[in-house]
Design a protein around this ligand. Structure first.
Ligand code: HAM
Length: 422
């Protein structure tokens, strides 16, 4: 029998060193602005009762109808691996009655999401999102804060080739009238059965149809932004005013349709020009009906999710070096059993003192050990040979210049600490 190598499931991948440092840097940089703006960290389960998503994300979406990892657990409950993080956060907000405290409640989280999509570059079945939500207050200034924080995260990474697409999807007071107009328009078009059925559940989704034969018929489609109520229009105008005040630029995107059904009013997406078909590196918007749809109080919310994996692709597409110096500061190379005990102690003390240090494990010999020292990223190494030990010294070596000095064994810790810790 031939051995079959086990592989990660289709549409998933492993993040390994040294690339994982870039992954961490993206995650950190996208979350730092949130922490600075008073958002609090939350964790929710990676699976929820299926209804959280079917009711929350919406029955007309591909996400709910085709892409969820849904299963019955051994107790016969229908559970679903989260395809996104917002609905679970809202479930937690309602369950813990956070709306009874000070508003807005500002939350962020980061973690895995799962969608059974057709894998391609930038589109995976398991991916990571940085997600933030501001709940309980409908204030255009808050919409602007949310959008601006998203922009900040990308800017902090050094990204420049991205664009903010912005629109307003109206709310329950103006969307129904617009919907009627759109349905009437779509009825006159030449559409296949599937698309007609889609249009019945959510006609907006047809605007997002990428097929050229459909797009060609949509030039004169009525647009939500032209049918906003006075209140929705005033809201959107205020959001744009605040965004201008915050130095954020955007592109009006009246045909922007998001993949999830809960959006109302301010809706946005970040697209990057270096990514090909899967160009959205993040997106979000206001979702004033979500809490009620999940059985909670009638409170509003707005937030976004950034795709960590796609943002990393964008960072690579722009050739940005985002990784702070990695590797250890100091490396210890012992030769022989006695030197090894000294090395283990020395590395332990350095680490306790907050200095990153490493040594070799297994019998590597001098050549192999020096290679490991070079690869470790350390600026300095201590080489402790048998002859050195007999003389009570170790060789402190500057790995960049190759310069070497003998240091008494009992002084090695202080010398290393003071040299690399500067
Ligand atoms: P979304 O647009 O579905 O929004 O996802 C946000 C981001 O996650 C996308 O822009 C993309 O970067 C990344 N993403 C989505 N699907 C995949 C995939 N299959 N592979 C790799 N990356 C992917 C949401 O999920 C909303 N919950 C955002 C939100 C928060 N709205 C309000 N609050």
């Amino acid at each position: 029998m031939t051995d079959q190598i086990m592989r990660a499931p289709k549409g998933t991948f492993d993040v390994l060193p040294p690339d994982s440092e870039r992954f961490l840097a993206v995650r950190e940089t996208l979350t730092a602005p949130l922490r600075r703006a008073g958002y609090g960290y939350v964790e929710t389960p990676v699976f929820e009762d299926t209804a959280v998503f079917s009711r929350g994300v919406g029955e007309s979406t591909d996400v709910v109808t085709k892409e969820m990892y849904t299963f019955d657990d051994r107790g016969g409950r229908s559970l679903t691996l989260r395809p996104e993080l917002t609905a679970g956060l809202m479930r937690a907000f309602i369950e813990h009655r956070l709306h009874t405290g000070a508003l807005p409640v500002k939350l962020w989280t980061v973690g895995s999401a799962f969608r059974y999509e057709r894998p391609q570059a930038g589109r995976y079945r398991h991916f990571t999102q940085v997600d933030m939500e501001a709940l309980g207050v409908d204030d255009p200034a808050l919409d602007a804060e949310v959008v601006a924080l998203g922009v900040q995260g990308f800017r902090d990474l050094g990204l420049t080739d991205f664009e903010l697409l912005l629109t307003s999807l109206g709310d329950s007071s103006d969307r129904p009238q617009y919907r009627e107009k759109l349905v009437a328009f779509l009825e006159k078009l030449d559409l296949d059965e599937d698309t007609r059925r889609r249009a019945e559940i959510n006609p907006l989704r047809v605007l997002d149809d990428k097929r050229p034969e459909v797009q060609a018929q949509l030039d004169d489609a009525p647009l939500m932004v032209d049918h906003l109520s006075d209140a929705s229009k005033a809201h959107y105008d205020a959001v744009r005013q605040y965004l201008t005040d915050l130095g954020v630029t955007w592109t009006e995107a009246p045909k922007l349709v998001r993949g999830l059904d809960y959006y109302t009013k301010t809706t946005f997406e970040f697209v990057h020009s270096g990514l090909g078909a899967q160009s959205a590196i993040g997106g979000g918007g206001r979702y004033d009906g979500l809490s009620a749809a999940l059985g909670g109080p009638d409170v509003s919310g707005i937030g976004y999710a950034m795709g960590v994996d796609r943002t990393l692709l964008a960072v690579e597409a722009e050739g940005l070096d985002i990784v702070p110096a990695t590797g250890v500061q100091a490396f210890v190379v012992p030769l022989g059993a006695e030197a090894k005990r000294l090395a283990v102690r020395l590395v332990g003390r350095l680490r306790q003192a907050g200095i990153s240090a490493d040594t070799v494990y297994g019998d590597r010999g001098l050549k192999g050990a020096m290679k490991a020292a070079d690869r470790s990223g350390a600026s300095h190494a201590v080489v402790i040979g048998e002859r050195d030990l007999a003389e009570g010294v170790g060789q402190l070596r500057d790995l960049r210049s190759g310069e070497q000095t003998a240091v008494p064994v009992e002084k090695l810790f202080e010398r290393l600490r003071d040299t690399v810790g500067r």
